[in-house]
Structure formats: structure tokens, C-alpha cells
Design a protein around this ligand. Structure first.
Ligand code: UT7
Length: 336
């Protein structure tokens, strides 16, 4: 039977380090507030004034993942690109990345599921592989948030949270009877909560799409968030979907060697850990270094855990779990 196996991972982190202290110079905030409420100490943003899009960071991460997988661009037969911050309104960043890889007809799909983007991408890749539609799939989660944030005190509740970055994973269909690869996927969405975390403009539903008066008065091109609502939903949904994913796989938490939760807020992940009674060393967090990199957070975390040899041994079983804008949430169990 065909299994979806990870052959390589890569990450790309932009060069401009932005500490909490740096943010205090541009808005009314403190290192203490940010660390206490979110756990974040620093994040990386693309250097000011440079035109670097999600597909550029995605390219860097992809080349590293492909090197590890020993793939040439021509080996890829499908590209899945998860981002909420595409280079341009359309076409999708997957097409832009495909061109940057020197490819001319390889199909490319964009996934717009925000913090759950990597999970939707991996589940989609798994379906393509198991149905025989593709064999070697490049999955990318990449975000350039920093060019779209309100960097004044008005936007401080959101701006301090987000970092730029990209993670890439090469997955391949392998014939084997071993119980390895993607074991189970669970995906959910509830669009009734769409306005809890969104960027409204440009909006095709509006007559002018990008009305200049709205930009001046309401700044509706910046993200808006009902932080407390999203926080409470995350703390409720992450345990729920963990239990659902484990049940679907016929496994228990004891069978899981490492959990990779989306990196939105260290406090959310701590609540989740306490509710689920998860051992401290069984959960991987790196939000302290990178902030919330949305679709990139889980592939970056996976890349780092593999490099640190925390996971990756044959039989190691990991859980990816995420909740975020959409609202969307999900869980995936993967065995090395
Ligand atoms: O990956 C996408 C999913 N996103 C999330 O999961 C985010 C979920 N939500 C959160 O992480 C938290 O709600 C936040 C970190 C965004 C906010 O933390 P909070 O504990 O919910 O704070 P709050 O919004 O209730 O604000 C408390 C106070 C307010 O001041 P007053 O009204 O009490 O005087 C805010 O104006 O903190 C103020 N505040 C800040 N102060 C300093 C908000 N942002 C900041 C800031 N620095 N950056």
C-alpha cells in the first residue's frame, strides 16, 4: 500500500531580528507584556524596503528540503503552497514558486487555511499520493506578515505576535506494508467565526475592492482580531481535535513521541498541555524565537526538531495540531 513519507524538510528565516525591545521604540508596549501574554521574545521580519514575498522565502526553504530529499525541481510533480500572505492578490504563490524553481508545467495549488494551512496541505498531499495522482509533492508554508501589520500602538495586540518565515517539506509516495507515514488526518472549519481574525481588504465583495477612504479611516487592510475569542476557541478545540485524531488512528497520547502544535501563543500551548496532561518534553515550542509564522510554524518546528534529533527515528510517532483563522483546526498523526 502507498504511504506518504517525509523525505526532506527546510526552513527560511529572514535576516532582520526584531526583539520585543525593538517594538517598544515604535509602539506603546513592553517586553514584559509580550512575554507574559504570549511567550514571544523576538521574531524575524524581512529587511525594511526589500521586496521579498512569501514565494521567495518559500523558495529558500524548498531548496533546502529538496537537497535533503535529493530531489531536482523536475522530480516534483505537484506543489502545494499554504499562505495567508501571498506575494500578490492573484495568481497564487504556488505558481510564483513553480516559476522560480524553473518549472514550466508542474501543477501548483494554493491553500488559504491560515494557521491550519500546513495541516490542510499535508492532508491534501496524502490524498493525492494515495489516489495515485502524484508521487513527489513539495509542500510549503510561508508568510511575510511584516509588510501588512499596523506598526503603531493601534495595532499592537496583533503586530507583536507575528513573524515572517517559511518551512518546506518534501513528501513522497512509497509502497510498503509498514504502518508508517501519514497515519490519520482530521480537518475542520467553521466560517461563522471568520471575522474573529481576518484581513478584510482588498475585498472582491466591495464595489471598489480597495476603497481609499476605508484605508485612511479604518485601516481595514490590516489584520483585525478578537484575541480573547480566538484564544478561548483554541484552548477548547486543540484538545478536542487531539482526542478525535487519536481516536481515528486507534492510538492514545502514550503512543505519541512528540506533539507539534501551531505556534500562536505559548500560553495557549501551555493550557493545551495542562488540559491534556502532556509531558513537558513531549511538546515542541519555538514561538519564543519566531513569533507566529502561521502556515510556516509547524514545518519550521518539524525541521528544527529533526535537526536536533528530537524526532525522526524509525517508529517515532508525532502529532501535528493547529487552530486558527477561518476558523480552521485539525490534527495529523505521522510515523517515521
Ligand atoms: O495564529 C492565529 C491565532 N491567533 C491566536 O491564537 C491569538 C489568540 N489570542 C491571544 O493570543 C491573546 O488574546 C493576545 C495575546 C492577542 C492578547 O492577550 P490578552 O491577554 O487576551 O489581552 P487583551 O486583548 O485582553 O488585552 C489586555 C490589555 C488591554 O488593555 P486594557 O484594555 O486592559 O487597558 C490591551 O489594550 O492589554 C493591552 N494590550 C497591550 N499592551 C501592551 C494589547 N496588546 C498589547 C501590547 N502591549 N502589545
Amino acid at each position: 500500500m502507498k504511504k506518504t513519507i517525509i523525505k526532506g524538510t527546510g526552513k527560511a528565516i529572514p535576516s532582520q531580528l526584531v526583539t520585543n525591545e525593538d517594538l517598544t521604540e515604535i509602539m506603546d508596549t513592553t517586553d514584559e507584556w509580550i512575554q507574559k501574554r504570549t511567550g514571544i521574545k523576538q521574531r524575524y521580519w524581512i529587511p525594511k524596503g526589500e521586496e521579498i514575498g512569501a514565494s521567495d522565502l518559500g523558495l529558500e526553504a524548498s531548496l533546502k528540503a529538496m537537497k535533503e530529499a535529493k530531489w531536482e525541481p523536475k522530480d516534483i510533480d505537484f506543489i502545494i503552497f499554504a499562505t495567508l500572505s501571498p506575494d500578490i492578490f492573484f495568481p497564487g504563490s504556488g505558481c510564483l514558486l513553480q516559476h522560480k524553481l524553473g518549472l514550466t508545467s508542474t501543477p501548483a495549488l494554493d491553500i488559504r487555511q491560515q494557521c491550519t494551512g500546513f495541516l490542510y496541505s499535508l492532508a491534501t498531499a496524502d490524498s493525492y499520493i494515495k489516489s495515485g495522482l502524484a508521487k513527489k509533492i513539495l509542500i510549503v508554508g510561508a508568510e511575510v506578515h511584516s509588510t501588512g501589520l499596523d506598526k503603531t500602538t493601534k495595532g499592537r495586540d496583533i503586530t507583536v505576535l507575528f513573524g515572517d518565515g517559511a518551512g518546506a517539506v518534501c513528501v513522497e509516495g512509497v509502497e510498503t506494508n509498514e504502518d508508517i507515514g501519514v497515519i490519520t488526518s482530521v480537518l475542520h472549519a467553521d466560517g461563522s467565526g471568520a471575522d474573529a481574525l481576518m484581513v478584510e481588504l482588498p475585498a472582491s465583495r466591495l464595489p471598489q475592492r480597495l476603497p481609499l477612504d476605508m484605508l485612511k479611516n479604518d485601516a481595514r487592510h490590516f489584520p483585525s482580531m478578537n484575541g480573547q475569542k480566538v484564544f478561548k476557541m483554541a484552548v477548547k478545540k486543540l484538545p478536542q481535535v487531539t482526542k478525535e485524531t487519536l481516536k481515528k488512528a486507534g492510538l492514545t497520547l502514550d503512543d505519541i513521541d512528540m506533539i507539534f502544535p501551531h505556534q500562536a501563543n505559548l500560553r495557549i500551548n501551555e493550557f493545551y498541555r495542562e488540559i491534556m496532561k502532556i509531558d513537558k518534553n513531549k511538546i515542541f515550542n519555538n514561538i519564543q524565537k519566531y513569533g507566529n509564522t502561521t502556515a510556516a510554524s509547524i514545518p519550521i518546528a518539524l525541521n528544527e526538531a529533526l535537526k536536533q534529533n528530537l524526532v525522526g527515528k524509525k517508529g517515532d510517532t508525532v502529532l501535528f495540531v493547529a487552530f486558527g483563522a477561518g476558523l480552521t483546526w485539525g490534527g495529523i498523526i505521522y510515523r517515521f
